[in-house]
Write a protein that binds this ligand. Structure first.
Ligand SMILES: Cc1cc2nc3c(=O)[nH]c(=O)nc-3n(C[C@H](O)[C@H](O)[C@H](O)COP(=O)(O)O)c2cc1C
Length: 667
């Protein structure tokens, strides 16, 4: 059999690696993007609430309830806990003020006696492409266990401790032997590496933690929002003046609303200061910042990791930055959930110091939720430089988001979007607002170009990203880069005509290689390409882009990157039982994309294409074959190489339907 006899759209795998021309079922990336769950919360519940209004929750229609049930079907990821739960204060050698009332045990001996043996985290140098792929992690009771204390394993390393010189999980750490000593009387003491702590204080400490006081103020609706209040009043006054409808529902191609927001650079300034010359704006506390005072985003030629719900978590973004990603954006957060002080929503703002250009993405459906959220984010994280930009999601296709008027529904409400963005921009001071668009809602009715012209001229936008698909379009159809080019040309022509400074425009869709990246840049004039699935399937795509080459990465190097992700996961989620298994879950999520990589050394022709379906093939070595396995049990096995055996109570159900392997689907 030769690859020439394979049907069109099949990856051209060299004859010697081809096992069967049968391709695996197509993976449903729409379902993957549609997943809205992140660490133990159901965020779609919050889409429709209006915390600055009545606080009441809308009633779900029958269809919405059904859809909601389908969305997380078979995908419950409960936290795994220790059999006996130790108080975290006691675990760190501190006194617990709750004393006997504490709901966790203070009995260290009993805790350690019940604790399973430490996990032996492998050294990356022990990884090989020959089974069992990683050596030195086997259990060896005779030499490794600490005399009487069977759970303590001295020959392990704790990723958190190794990185920062201290492990915040103390005795609860599943790699405890790396930072605990037992003296002659049997007392265990935790070890700290003070030198390392000092050296890594800045590089190893995550940023953007929200304080309990802030959450309390938000919960009680007492968080001060002077900029929002003034802006909403102004919108109200403008509405009364024009006596027209504030917002409107979906419009067709030619039905573009005319109730534009006052331009950030002119109208609003004039209204608020009574001066028609925007440059004469006085600096009163509630006066908006002028466009010129916004930080400019000099993003030309940079690579941008797309916001990716669930899978674009901090450890994954960190991995991508080590591989060359210049710009990163957090997973989509719901404005309403920030305003109701959801701790899990605030966790989406968390940033690793290696993310040198980092933004937060928000979804919402009106100024009264997005502007106050921007104000909170600006005040909490702006001054410390914790956020470089805030992106408005105008592309999310999922029904629950769309029907609430958020995400891609904003494409059909440009006037409302203008008001949202203008208000957010004002609330955020120097921090730029960016927008991420799809080409339109319906196939054949692209309208992104109209929004882009208005955004570039009137809304004081920092960057526009255009994903070259409509909401209706499935991932199986290719992104429309020709239309992206038309949009870029239109904006550039307007800028030239009106003497405006150019704003960065990023395109997105199907980028899967350095070749794709640079071809798209040169043929369309975009400043750069946002990369989504390409990064999920091959995170090293950022190295390829940076170095202008295609990397025939070996299986050993790929397993090393998986090890890196695991380390980053443990540092972020924690090294205790819960953190280990949360890391395992997100590792399996990552592997549910990475198995789709067809090593380019197996291909007869380059460049590889993201939509090519892979026939059944074997790798150049056993490990390469394993890494291409679509079976979720194999992903769990890979996780066990780093994280020890998965607990019996733990299971992983992939997001993607894959009938061939009897896995459960997810809606
Ligand atoms: C699993 C998954 C999650 C996504 N989550 C988001 C998100 O939270 N916010 C967003 O704007 N786009 C999201 N997207 C869309 C991507 O950011 C990107 O625009 C899209 O995948 C197109 O780029 P690609 O062809 O390079 O994947 C998601 C896509 C996928 C596959």
């Amino acid at each position: 059999m030769t690859s020439m006899s394979l049907p069109p759209g099949t990856a051209p795998i060299k004859r010697q690696f081809l096992l069967s021309p049968a391709t695996l079922p197509t993976v449903d990336d729409d379902a993957a993007e549609g997943s809205t769950a992140h660490t133990g919360t159901s965020r779609v519940d919050a889409v429709d609430t209006d915390p600055r209004g009545t606080g009441g929750r809308k009633k779900w229609t029958k269809a919405q309830k059904k859809e909601k049930r389908g969305a997380n079907k078979g995908r419950k990821f409960g936290k795994v806990h220790d059999q006996l739960e130790l108080c975290w204060r006691v675990a760190n050698g501190k006194i617990c003020e709750h004393g006997d009332e504490c709901r966790f045990t203070h009995d260290i001996d009993a805790y350690l006696a019940a604790k399973p043996r430490d996990i032996r985290f492998p050294s990356i140098t022990t990884i090989s492409d020959v089974f069992p792929f990683i050596t030195g992690t086997e259990k060896d009771d005779s030499t490794m266990a600490d005399d009487n204390l069977s759970s303590l394993e001295r020959h392990t390393s704790c990723p958190s401790f190794a990185e920062s010189g201290v492990c915040r999980l103390g005795l609860k750490c599943r790699f405890l032997g790396a930072h605990a000593k037992r003296d002659v009387s049997g007392v265990i003491t935790l070890v700290k590496d003070e030198e390392k702590m000092a050296q890594t204080a800045l590089s190893a400490t995550e940023l953007n933690f929200v304080s309990a006081d802030t959450l309390k103020l938000l919960r009680s609706k007492k968080y001060p929002m002077p900029i929002t209040d003034a802006y909403l009043k102004e919108l109200e006054a403008a509405k009364e003046e024009s006596n027209g409808p504030e917002e409107y529902v979906a419009v067709g191609e030619d039905n573009v609303a005319t109730d534009d927001p006052p331009s950030i650079s002119s109208g609003l300034v004039a209204k608020r200061t009574g001066n028609s010359d925007p440059s004469a704006q006085t600096d009163t506390p509630d006066v908006l910042i002028r466009v010129q005072e916004k930080r400019r985003l000099n993003w030309s030629g940079k690579s941008y990791l797309a916001p990716l719900t669930t899978v674009g978590n901090l450890p994954f973004r960190r991995l991508c930055t080590t591989l060359g990603a210049d710009i990163t954006c957090g997973e989509m957060g719901l404005a309403t959930s920030f305003l109701t002080a959801s701790a899990s929503e605030f966790s989406l703002v968390r940033r690793h110091p290696s993310e040198t250009m980092f933004g937060v993405q928000l979804a919402g459906n009106k100024p009264s939720s997005l502007v106050p959220t921007a104000e909170v984010l600006g005040r909490e994280f702006g001054d410390s430089g914790g956020i470089d930009f805030v992106d408005v999601n105008c592309g999310c296709p999922i029904d629950l988001v769309f029907k609430s008027g958020s995400g891609s529904a904003l494409l059909d409400a440009p006037a409302k979007l203008g008001k949202i963005v203008t208000g957010m921009s004002r609330a955020l001071g120097e921090i730029p607002v960016t927008i991420k668009l799809r080409t339109g809602v319906k196939d054949g009715r692209n309208n992104a170009h109209k929004i882009m012209l208005r955004a570039a001229k009137d809304w004081g936008i920092g960057c526009i990203t255009l994903h070259g698909r409509t909401r209706q379009q499935r991932y199986t159809k290719l992104a429309d880069w020709e239309y992206i080019k038309q949009c870029v040309d239109a904006v550039r022509a307007q800028e030239a005509d009106e003497g405006l400074s150019p704003i960065p425009i990023f395109g997105g869709g199907d980028c899967f290689s350095s070749h794709d990246y640079w071809t798209n840049v040169s043929s369309t004039g975009v400043d750069g390409v946002m990369i989504g699935r390409g990064a999920l399937i091959k995170p090293w795509i950022f190295t390829e882009v940076k170095e202008h080459r295609e990397w025939d990465i070996s299986s050993r190097e790929r397993l090393q990157l998986i090890g890196k992700f695991t380390e980053f996961g443990l540092s972020h989620f924690g090294t205790d039982t819960t953190g280990v298994n949360t890391t395992r879950r997100f590792l399996c999520e990552a592997l549910s994309f990475q198995y789709r990589y067809v090593p380019i050394g197996l291909l007869e022709r380059l460049p590889a294409k993201i939509n090519d379906r892979a026939p059944t093939f074997k790798g150049r070595d056993e490990l390469e074959t394993l890494l291409a396995s679509p079976n979720s049990q194999d992903w769990v096995k890979i996780s066990e190489m780093f994280l020890g055996p998965a607990p019996e109570s733990w299971s992983f159900t992939p997001k993607h339907k894959s009938n061939a392997h009897g896995e459960e689907s997810q809606g």
